[in-house]
Design a protein around this ligand. Structure first.
Ligand SMILES: Nc1ncnc2c1ncn2[C@@H]1O[C@H](COP(=O)(O)OP(=O)(O)O)[C@@H](O)[C@H]1O
Ligand SMILES: [Mg+2]
Length: 212
């Protein structure tokens, strides 16, 4: 379980998150909802260590955890960004295998074997040699999910996974997230789409804007 206690985050003296508590249970889907500007992305960036918190603490399975410390967080938290942040100059396969080789020190063969399994699972078979610009939006997103999963994160986070997609792809994302839950992947899904959140959530957490 990942636990957030009294998290506070400010930007330039403006408080975005204040005394924020949350528990993320293993193998569950936690959705984070709230209006635009409430601090959902900021929260995700704090959990994944891209932003440093001002005060408060994280524990992972009861032990102190600092997401902003690279060594702590190398393969604990995976993120599927809203704009996917794929490497434009790398093929699908290389997008997936780069970090497992660099960070997890996997051999190229092992990284590619694991990548292929995930590629097949997320329906990207045959796309291995293509570059991101040659993929549709849905395929780019599935690549971003595969790339994150290839690091075997304890928790996989998504920022607004339905926002960049055509409405009819919403169901596909839902199916992917629910499918990964069956494989015991712990997931945090940030969204402003209440209906989507309710469809997938084991737990729904609200982030409210703080008045200045
Ligand atoms: N790096 C930053 N520097 C300054 N302000 C920021 C930064 N990132 C986000 N903010 C501000 O924090 C608030 C919350 O933003 P965000 O977390 O993106 O909200 P949400 O994802 O819920 O729409 C916004 O007012 C935004 O402008
Ligand atoms: Mg956001």
């Amino acid at each position: 379980m990942l636990e957030l206690k009294k998290i506070k985050k400010q930007f330039n003296g403006r408080t975005i998150l204040d005394n924020f508590d949350m528990q993320v249970k293993d193998n569950q889907i936690t959705t984070i909802v709230g209006p635009s500007g409430a601090g959902k992305t900021t929260l995700l960036r704090c959990i994944s260590g891209l932003e440093k918190i001002d005060s408060g603490s994280f524990t992972l399975d009861g032990k102190p955890f600092d997401p902003a410390n690279n060594r702590d967080n190398d393969n604990v938290i995976g993120v599927v960004f809203q704009d996917f942040q794929l490497f434009p100059n790398l093929t699908v396969l290389d997008n997936i295998t780069l970090a497992p080789q660099l960070v997890l020190k996997q051999s190229k063969t092992d990284a590619e074997k694991r990548a292929q399994k995930l590629i097949d699972q997320l329906n990207l078979t045959g796309k291995e040699g293509l570059y991101p610009y040659q993929l549709s939006g849905g395929q780019k997103q599935r690549l971003a999910i595969v790339r994150a999963l290839a690091m075997n994160p304890k928790i996989l986070c998504y920022d607004e996974p339905t926002s960049a997609l055509d409405p009819d792809l919403r169901q596909t994302v839902e199916d992917i997230i629910l499918g990964l839950k069956k494989q015991n992947v712990t997931q945090i899904v940030v969204t402003h789409d209440m209906e989507f959140a309710k469809n997938i959530a084991d737990q729904l957490v609200r982030v409210e804007p703080i008045k200045a």
